[in-house]
Write a protein that binds this ligand. Structure first.
Ligand SMILES: Nc1ncnc2c1ncn2[C@@H]1O[C@H](COP(=O)(O)OP(=O)(O)OP(=O)(O)O)[C@@H](O)[C@H]1O
Ligand SMILES: [Mg+2]
Length: 186
């Protein structure tokens, strides 16, 4: 597994792993992987099937715990010690390898749910969106090219449109770090 650096601007370290190891039984899915990501950088992690890319993202979002080593978020937060929901609240958003939208709801409802998740439980119970919320959703629909499809059932979208919708759902949560697992797959 190797990393390809695409853009570099400033020096705050957003992510840092040092000799990270993840072992499943006797098998090392990640073997001493060191990685660094600075503020406003875009990195691609490439490698063949089974190289450990998804496993690395699983560690970053708390789904899998490191066997040895850890990953620091914003220089002091040890992601390997937090639960998934805590990591989301710290500002890490993830798009999974297969689209995980709500297929029976409209495109608009999917974005509303994503927005309300970010605002918390009491906001979910409140039926109405503010004008600012609606504007934010419309901006997002324009950004992902789904403005004309806002009332369409999400499950009927083309695969690529579902991928965009899920990326938008991650962005609605206003994350500081966005993880995309094979966003153009399929
Ligand atoms: N929970 C698990 N238990 C056992 N082995 C696992 C587990 N998760 C992943 N693996 C193994 O770890 C290795 C790395 O898998 P991973 O899914 O991270 O690879 P990847 O680089 O994302 O591959 P792909 O390009 O196919 O998505 C694979 O051999 C996989 O079978
Ligand atoms: Mg993968």
């Amino acid at each position: 597994m190797e990393k390809v650096e695409k853009k570099k601007q400033s020096s705050t370290t957003v992510l840092q792993s040092e000799k990270l190891i993840v072992q499943f039984g006797g098998f090392k899915a990640i073997n001493e992987f060191s990685f660094q990501l600075s503020d406003r950088e875009l990195h691609f992690i490439i490698g063949p099937n089974g190289a450990g890319k998804t496993t690395f993202l699983d560690v970053l979002c708390g789904k899998t715990k490191p066997t040895s080593g850890n990953v620091l978020f914003k220089e002091s937060i040890e992601l390997g010690k937090l639960y998934e929901y805590q990591i989301v609240r710290k500002g890490v958003g993830r798009k999974f390898q297969a689209p995980s939208i709500f297929p029976s709801l409209s495109v608009m409802s999917n974005l509303e749910i994503a927005m309300k998740q970010q605002k918390g439980f009491w906001h979910i119970l409140r039926a109405k969106l503010s004008e600012g919320d609606k504007e934010h959703i419309h901006e997002m629909l324009t950004l992902i090219g789904l403005k004309e499809e806002s009332n369409r059932t999400a499950g009927t979208l083309a695969h690529g449109q579902k991928q965009w919708l899920e990326i938008a759902m991650v962005l609605m949560q206003d994350p500081e770090l966005v993880l995309l697992d094979e966003p153009i797959a399929g």
